[in-house]
Design a protein around this ligand. Sequence first.
Ligand SMILES: *Cc1c(COP(=O)(O)O)cnc(C)c1O
Length: 364
Amino acid sequence: MSRNQTGDRISRWIRADVRATRAYHVPDATGMIKLDAMENPFGWPADMVDAWHETLRGVELNRYPDPHARQLTDVLRAAMAVPADAGVLLGNGSDELIQMIVMAVAGAGRCVMSLEPGFVMYRIISQLCRVDYVGVPLDANFVLDLDATLAAIAEHEPAVIFIAYPNNPTGNLFDAGSIEQILEAAPGFVVVDEAYHVFAGQSFMPRLVDYPHLLVMRTVSKMGLAGLRLGLLAGNAALIGELDKVRLPYNINVLTQLTARFALQHAEVLDEQAAAIREERTRVFDTLSQRSGLEVFPSQANFILFRTPAGGASAIHAALKAAGILIKNLDGGAPALRDCLRVTIGTREENDAFLAALGEALGA
Ligand SMILES: *Cc1c(COP(=O)(O)O)cnc(C)c1O
């Protein structure tokens, strides 16, 4: 078939809205100090790696995985303090859970709501599922605007409201009382996305017993297992049972099931790493705050958002890149993030390299 014919078929059959979308871009980070994607910078001690390799010997790659990942689910329930009566659904990353939730509610006249600036996958997945998406602006300090949010809920009656807690890319925890009021007002489901729980400590997990329309989402990605792709959704058992029907069978592969179990059985290693990241977060925050010209936003996550002098973000981002340090440039997207950059907390050495290169770029 000629190239033109393929092009014709693409324009005839691939949805116009898909053709108009740009693929989610992940920059090449080969050889760079990678502080752009909220990864944990630490590896495992050598004896732990050896023990993990030993467990992999028994894996039967010729067999399908346990479709319900029962052993892993039990370990996760305990590790994440899921209430005994709650149901649990696992996803290939929490991104897949967001997709399952949106697919389960998608339909004409339905809408998904979130707060902005926030996690972009809520909007991207909604659009791909052809569900209307409503973003409610946070205030200028990225605080949840309760009046505006309640008004938007009354006007749009969203099937689902996603709230990242702490929020990405801003790093702050919203007021828990405001989220309770949203839960009281919501006609549909409220997903509290706790991707950064290990850095924040606060959680709505215990509140599952109070709100049958609350769903709490966690991921192991930011804890140090981003390569595994594993997320967890906890909520009312009947509701989880419905969402489970949207899940593809065997979505959690055998290597992920085994490795996540192993890692959670060595939770003290991950906990120590999270503690080290929280300490470094304080140090990086204090250092950035002392620099004149920067507005630094408080963070309960493993990254820090900061605003550069007007018009300076892209040049600073490029200068850091030239110095071998990759962070995230948020300038040029949402107006609320004008002049904003986001740096993930790395090892002490990586953070020092970032702070030194930033100092150079700002004209130390
Ligand atoms: C990183 C992130 C996720 C995605 O997590 P995965 O489990 O890696 O798919 C979900 N929600 C928020 C708010 C995030 O920042």
